[in-house]
Write a protein that binds this ligand. Sequence first.
Ligand code: FES
Length: 111
Amino acid sequence: MEIDTKTNVHNLGPATRIPIGEGRTFYAGGQEIAVFRDRKRRVYATQGWCPHRFGPLADGLVGNGEVVCPLHGYRFDLRSGVPKGHACETIRTFPVSLNETGEILLTLEER
Ligand code: FES
């Protein structure tokens, strides 16, 4: 992993390592970060663990701009982290994009 310490941007490598519609856990800045890729090949990044009972969010399903926690099915908006249809706390989300060669660029500042 390459890190630009001036901008706090972490290059997590090729997005193709994340299957479409799924997520993967990365370790960056001492944190577990879940990075997702949707069917339109957009990428999203959130905290790694569900605030309900610590479900691994990267193992959740992705669709309609949401992730569904694999443990109890709670849904969260992938851009804002806002819970959908339940009262769990908002999850942290992080700016993430792809560079010109399709590598994931994660900035470790919350949106
Ligand atoms: S741990 Fe995520 S919904 Fe329960």
